[in-house]
Ligand binder design. Structure first.
Ligand SMILES: [Zn+2]
Length: 411
């Protein structure tokens, strides 16, 4: 046998292992016969592939299927205890971290607030402390750690694992993969926040069966994960989806964005824009529910306070949220016209206000996009709401293992 043939055979086997593993992930519990039928592989090949996946602890047997007259078939599913996965979401003003099993069940989590003005070293030191805690929790659960995923609010050089530019943090060229793999010895993945969330929705959430959808993360910034034709669309340099910085206003008095430009969509529809709208209304009204809440709780205006007022039906707050929803809807209309997606999914920090924003988003998106395309695009909230990006960091690791089952690195 020549070296080339044996390399080809190894590649074919890897592709087939991935095919079977992904089918089990999507359709479990399934029998070997079902896998053979669905993949077109013959039964003995499926048996051998399943044996290898069992040996690698990525799947396990889970009872039998006694439907029909034949011999009961053993069913297979993903093994939650295949290993632990650590995911960290680097937000603009917070760090969220979680440790999950291989099926994405959160076994441990922590949240720390950070000041976006903090030095980069301070923020990185906080993440390192949290990652160290997570690896200890992984050991306590007696799980091998299969990888660390980091999701970041900016553009990423995927191959080198470098955060290229995060406008709202003003971070440039941070070699996150190098820093964290040297510190932990783990396999490290760095991914843009919206892309990571899109992968989470596709693996575990509302987009499981969807090949064309867009995930929109809304917080201090706005980012998009473009999932097109069954794959993430990354663009020539890997930076596609920076939808928050598309200009939507072409007139004077444009708002300055953290990216240095003016008139970016996110400046009209992000977290700050809601706070600004509520503040403007506060200045023109003597008494309002918001000022009562601020006084009662001796705190400053925040999204949490705005949510409390909205939950109590405060008209002024609801109007501010409807205006923000309309500003979001304008951007959604562009996305519908450009990509004709099946779904647009809203997630990230502002999704806690999702039920108040969604009606205005849908109304504006529908009235501003071509009437032939807009009724086909479903606009909905993320399955994981504010956890979408955090689960995204986990999903990036799971996705890589599902695609390359023999390349798992256990620690
Ligand atoms: Zn911008």
């Amino acid at each position: 046998m020549t070296a080339t043939t044996s390399a080809d055979q190894a590649l074919v086997r890897e592709l087939n292992l991935s095919l079977v593993l992904q089918y089990i992930h999507n359709e479990a519990p399934v029998s070997r016969a079902q896998i053979a039928h669905a993949t077109g592989l013959n039964k003995s090949t499926v048996s051998s592939l399943v044996d290898e996946l069992l040996k690698r602890k990525l799947i396990h047997e889970t009872g039998t299927n006694s439907v029909g007259t034949g011999r009961p078939a053993t069913l297979l599913e993903i093994n939650p205890r295949a290993g632990g996965i650590i995911g960290a979401e680097l937000g603009v003003d917070f760090i969220a971290i979680a440790m999950t099993d291989f099926t994405g069940n959160i076994l441990w989590r922590q949240l720390t607030n950070v000041d976006p003005q903090d030095a980069q070293e301070t923020a990185l030191a906080k993440i390192i402390t949290l990652v160290d805690m997570a690896t200890r929790v992984c050991e306590e659960h007696d799980l091998d750690c299969l990888g660390l995923g980091l999701s970041v609010p900016g553009t990423v050089d995927l191959e080198r694992g470098v955060l290229v530019f995060a406008p709202n943090l003003q971070w440039r060229n941070v070699p996150l993969k190098k820093i964290f793999s040297e510190h932990t010895g783990l396999k490290v993945y760095v991914e843009n926040d919206a892309n990571a969330a899109a992968i989470a929705e596709h693996l575990f959430g509302v987009a499981r069966k969807s090949d064309d959808f867009i995930f929109v993360v809304v917080g201090i910034g706005i980012g998009g994960g473009l999932f097109l034709n069954g794959n993430l669309y990354r663009g020539k340099d890997g930076f596609a989806g920076e939808i928050g910085h598309t200009p939507i206003v072409a007139e004077p008095y444009q708002i300055l964005c953290h990216c240095g430009k003016r008139g970016c969509w996110e400046t009209y529809a992000n977290q700050y824009s809601i706070i600004k709208r509520v503040q403007t209304r506060l200045h023109t009204k003597q008494e309002s529910l918001i000022s009562c809440l601020l006084e009662e709780q001796a705190t400053s205006l925040s999204i949490a306070i705005i949510k409390q007022a909205a939950d109590q039906g405060d008209q002024e707050t609801l109007s501010s949220l409807a205006e923000t929803g309309a500003a979001l809807g304008l951007g959604f209309a562009s996305l519908i016209d450009i990509f004709n997606p099946e779904k647009i999914i809203l997630g990230g920090p502002l999704s806690i206000l999702g039920k108040f924003l969604l009606p205005a988003i849908i109304e504006t998106a529908t009235s501003h996009s071509l009437s032939d395309t807009s009724p086909n695009a479903e606009i909905l909230l993320s399955s994981f709401e504010t956890d979408a990006v955090l689960l995204g960091a986990i999903s990036v690791v799971v996705d890589d293992i599902l695609s390359n089952p023999t390349h798992v690195e256990r620690r």
